[in-house]
Design a protein around this ligand. Structure first.
Ligand SMILES: CC(C)(COP(=O)(O)OP(=O)(O)OC[C@H]1O[C@@H](n2cnc3c(N)ncnc32)[C@H](O)[C@@H]1OP(=O)(O)O)[C@@H](O)C(=O)NCCC(=O)NCCS
Length: 168
């Protein structure tokens, strides 16, 4: 088995990142609150801005991105000791291989250098993702009813949190 290498993505990844992010939103509308129309309309400069801030992480297989995730930080000083894990996606043919685990471990290590706590939100029906986050120490801190609307379906969203401070 080849080693799983997680990388922080950079400007050269802009087109591949845009493609895999849109793929995730189009294939799994229930799993993400982001709107594919809005994300699809983002300019290259907007993508490059996120990449230059180092918020995007990914795993490649045979040179192509097969998994991505982002760690965002709020600007406000009052809450910038926290971060949000988002956009977590592993392509279908790469699932169940430990890639998701490696991505989360890497992001938690990066986060622990700068912040104290990570939040992730997840569709309450997304058992696979919930199990993944629980395996990495995230615990359910709340539930927002009817948070995501896809067509006529409404889905509850869980808020999950884990500490990443050095004392953790
Ligand atoms: C959620 C998601 C990122 C999880 O990634 P994944 O690869 O499917 O999940 P896991 O790494 O947890 O693997 C799931 C299964 O593979 C198994 N597995 C994990 N690592 C493994 C390894 N190294 N070797 C063999 N099996 C492994 C797990 O035991 C688990 O099996 P189980 O469900 O029978 O217990 C992925 O399914 C996905 O992209 N889903 C669509 C988008 C989505 O829901 N994103 C999350 C938004 S909050």
């Amino acid at each position: 088995m080849t080693a799983i290498i997680v990388e922080r993505l950079g400007a050269v990844d802009v087109d591949a990142l845009r493609a895999i992010r849109l793929e995730s939103l189009n294939l799994h509308p229930d799993c993400f609150s982001a709107d594919p129309d809005i994300v699809g309309a983002m300019t290259t400069e907007q993508w490059l801005d996120g990449l230059s801030r180092g918020i995007w992480f990914g795993v490649r297989k045979d040179g192509a991105l097969v998994a991505i995730a982002a760690l965002t930080r709020p600007e406000s000083k009052k809450i910038n000791h926290t971060g949000e894990l988002c956009a977590m996606y592993v392509r279908a043919d790469a699932r169940g291989t430990g890639i998701a685990d490696s991505l989360i471990r890497y992001i938690v290590d990066v986060a622990a250098e700068e912040i104290d706590q990570i939040t992730v939100t997840v569709n309450a029906e997304n058992k696979r993702a919930i199990k993944l986050y629980e395996r990495h120490g995230f615990r359910i801190a709340g539930r927002i009813p009817r948070y995501i609307r896809v067509g006529n379906s409404l889905h509850d969203e869980l808020i999950m949190v884990r500490a990443v401070s050095s004392s953790d």
